[in-house]
Structures are given as structure tokens and as C-alpha cells.
Design a binder for this molecule. Structure first.
Ligand code: GLN
Length: 185
């Protein structure tokens, strides 16, 4: 199983430490085409979109999903994957049928740690919140009753950062759901 982390911006190094050995940093569409699982890290989604422009990576991520591969976006990565983005609005890939609001805890809440249901450890950093879930979206974890980790098929999105905790179960769940699918041709 070939796992990679998009390494253009944000906290990709923490994800690499949380993934099984052998996971790689990826910066090109060709590198995405060689993966079975791509992680989109937290960071700043507007900056990521700018860096992604013209790279062909968005198209490579669509190919990855089409050939049965898995994608996991955390925080800014979840914002890239969502269908609708607000506060402020920006374009996104629509690979998970959710509406997401950026920086949704307000300016005064920079970051906090929480225990989810089930009992995953989570860190929220200038976190977004899911505001709408489409019918095909499954909730995998909640915080105070609201969804914070969801999947639609093999596309996973979390509004928190599992990579900043010692709890590896969220990554393990995503890795277990990803299977070798072969490279894009
Ligand atoms: N607030 C950031 C954004 O809107 C996301 C924060 C994060 O990834 N920790 O892109």
C-alpha cells in the first residue's frame, strides 16, 4: 500500500510520522498517480490552493479516487475536499458532499484539545466545522454531538488534527480502508 502526504504547505511532516513506515512526501501529479492513499494535511487552504494551481494535482487526485484509491483531508485538507466552503467562500474539489465553514470557532478560539466520540484524541487548530452533510456521507466521529470526521466511500475528511496527538487510530482506520489499486495509466 503506497501512502503519500501532499507536502506543498502545512503540517505534512506530522502526518508522515503518523503513517506506517514507507509513506512519502508528494509534490507532483505524477507522484500522486503512483499512490493508493493520499493525505492532504492541515495548514492554510487558500495558500494550498494557490500552490496547487497549474500543478495537475487536483486532476491526479480525481484519478486516484476514480481508480479506487483513498484520500484523507485534515482541517485545511478537508476544506479542499468539501463541496461548499464558506467564511470566506473559496473554490474546492467537491470530492466529499459536505458544506464546511472555515475558522468556525471564531477568532478567540485558536486551538484546543478534545476527546471525541469514539474516544479518539483530537487537536482543533483554527478549525472548520461541517455545516451540511450529504446523504451519502457517513459520520465516523463526533465532538459534543457534531460530526468532525466523515467519509464518503474512500474519501475521508476530519476537521481536527489526529497527527498532532499520539493516538494513531484515525490514521490506522484510513490506512485499513485503503487498498492497493495500481497506478494511473
Ligand atoms: N483555518 C485554516 C483554513 O481555513 C485551516 C486550519 C488548519 O488546517 N489547521 O484553511
Amino acid at each position: 500500500m503506497r501512502a503519500g502526504v501532499l507536502a506543498l504547505q502545512g503540517d505534512f511532516a506530522a502526518h508522515l510520522r503518523a503513517l506506517p513506515a514507507g509513506a512519502v512526501e508528494v509534490r507532483t501529479a505524477a507522484e500522486v498517480d503512483a499512490l493508493d492513499l493520499l493525505v492532504l494535511p492541515g495548514g492554510e487552504s487558500t495558500a494550498m490552493l494557490k500552490l496547487l494551481e497549474g500543478s495537475g494535482i487536483e486532476e491526479a487526485v480525481r484519478r486516484l479516487v476514480a481508480r479506487g484509491g483513498a484520500v484523507f483531508g485534515t482541517c485545511a485538507g478537508a476544506i479542499l475536499l468539501a463541496k461548499d466552503v464558506t467564511n470566506p467562500a473559496q473554490r474546492s474539489w467537491g470530492l466529499v458532499d459536505v458544506g464546511i465553514e472555515r475558522n468556525a470557532f471564531g477568532r478567540q478560539v485558536d486551538s484546543f484539545e478534545a476527546v471525541l466520540e469514539p474516544d479518539y484524541a483530537a487537536v482543533f487548530i483554527r478549525a472548520p466545522r461541517f455545516r451540511r452533510l450529504g446523504a451519502g456521507v457517513e459520520v465516523l466521529a463526533t465532538w459534543r454531538g457534531e460530526p468532525v470526521f466523515v467519509r464518503q466511500g474512500r474519501v475521508f475528511a476530519a476537521t481536527f488534527h489526529p497527527e498532532w496527538t499520539d493516538d494513531r487510530r484515525v490514521h490506522a482506520l484510513v490506512v485499513a480502508a485503503a487498498t492497493p489499486v495500481g497506478a494511473a495509466t
